[in-house]
Design a protein around this ligand. Structure first.
Ligand SMILES: *[C@@H]1O[C@H](CO)[C@@H](O)[C@H](O)[C@H]1NC(C)=O
Ligand SMILES: *[C@@H]1O[C@H](CO)[C@@H](O)[C@H](O)[C@H]1NC(C)=O
Length: 374
């Protein structure tokens, strides 16, 4: 028997060892396990899409002091810093997900954000000033084609199956009736809510066809407590929340899970979860100090009572505005939108939260759960 065989065996052993190792590494980074993060909705999620559409400053936030707490420069986000999707991307070990319309961004491999300030589920909502959900879906289909071209059908379908789709939609649809839009008059509350939910969920079926399986929604927040709505409150109260818009939103939040469950019953592998941002925001309004806030009625930035006049930045017609020194202390950054700190709290809770916060899956479970193969 010749000794060199041992050497040969050793080589084989080493080779096998390395192949095993590299396939372990491969397992994590292989295209089949890859996922992306796609975001749809309104100003709560918009990272700057509206910077690139033909609209008015009412639907933009790409001027100071927006962005001052984190980015140090305005990005188009309607807050002093990061939004919920920015934090969720971070927790999921993804880079910041860019705005779809940003011309610098042509890499979609980690996902893309289609959300548009002022956008709604109904095309009538702020028509001509914001990107409605149906148009956002059209943009998604373009991205889908481009990814499919790059990865091939099977790998692209896999990517879309593993990806997470996050939605914030409805807030604008429920605000316009209280800002004088006549659309509401033709419908009962329930009809109107069903129409909003019908249009929002119609989009999901289309994404499902492209492979999408994991759909996360945030509930519409209590609109009647936004500083602007407190200001315009018709009932002549002294700055208490206006319950009528919030009641409409509560009906939406109550009916949405049922509509999603209907889709889950119909579409194999369809999974959904809903984060209760209504309760999260309401808890902070009812008990601000418990969550580290000093002011829950008045916005950090704006003018008039509660700084409810939407003048933050001085670019929307009204030049004068007030700005607080420490945005962290204010639950709302401007007349409509929470500050970064509140968003971070919401994102954290939904990432690892229990069924009180997000139901039936936490966002962490959603990102970790690998959708079954087609
Ligand atoms: C932008 O919108 C305004 C008003 O709706 C319109 O007059 C203008 O022509 C539009 N500009 C472009 C470039 O589409
Ligand atoms: C979508 O909204 C439109 C109004 O914009 C309405 O006519 C239509 O019935 C809605 N679709 C669904 C599926 O609810």
């Amino acid at each position: 028997m010749k000794i060199p065989n041992l050497h040969f065996l050793f080589l084989i052993f080493t080779a096998v060892f390395f192949i095993a190792q590299s396939s372990l590494i491969d397992d994590v980074s292989s295209p089949e396990k890859r996922l992306a993060f796609f975001i749809f909705g309104d100003s709560l999620f918009d990272p700057g899409n509206n910077n690139f559409i033909n609209t008015t400053e009412d639907f933009r936030a790409n001027f100071t002091p927006y962005g001052e707490s984190f980015f140090k420069t305005p990005t188009g986000r309607f807050s002093d810093g990061r939004l919920v999707p920015d934090f969720v991307a971070e927790y999921a070990n993804l880079p910041l997900i860019p705005a779809y319309l940003d011309p610098h961004n042509k890499r979609y491999i980690h996902g893309v954000n289609f959300a548009s300030g002022g956008g709604g589920a109904l095309v009538e909502t702020h028509r001509g000033f914001a990107i409605d959900i149906e148009t956002q879906l059209r943009y998604f289909k373009k991205v889908e084609r481009s990814i499919r071209k790059k990865l091939g059908d099977w790998r692209a379908y896999n990517l879309f199956s593993n990806s997470v789709y996050l939605f914030s939609i409805g807030g604008n649809d429920y605000i316009v009736p209280f800002e004088g839009s006549p659309i509401f008059d033709k419908y009962t509350e329930r009809e109107y809510v069903n129409m909003v939910i019908g249009n929002a969920t119609a989009v999901l079926e289309e994404i499902y066809k492209k492979g999408g399986r994991k759909f996360a929604f945030v509930a519409v927040p209590p609109l009647g407590c936004l500083p602007h709505i407190r200001l315009v409150k018709k009932a002549g109260g002294h700055g208490s929340c206006w319950d009528e818009p919030s009641a409409l939103v509560r009906l939406h939040n109550k009916l949405l899970p049922g509509a999603l469950q209907k889709l889950a019953d119909k579409l194999q592998g369809f999974k959904y979860t809903v984060g209760d941002t209504y309760t999260m925001l309401q808890n902070r309004i009812d008990n601000p100090s418990k969550y580290g806030f000093k002011e829950e009625k008045t916005a950090c930035c704006g003018s008039g009572k509660f700084r409810g006049i939407y003048s933050c930045g001085g670019m929307r017609g009204v030049k004068e505005f007030e700005l607080c020194e420490n945005p962290n202390e204010y639950l709302f950054f401007d007349s409509y939108h929470p500050n970064e700190r509140a968003y971070e709290q919401f994102a954290k809770l939904m990432w690892s939260g229990d069924s009180q916060v997000i139901n039936p899956y936490s966002l962490k479970q959603f990102f970790q759960y690998a959708s079954s193969q087609p």
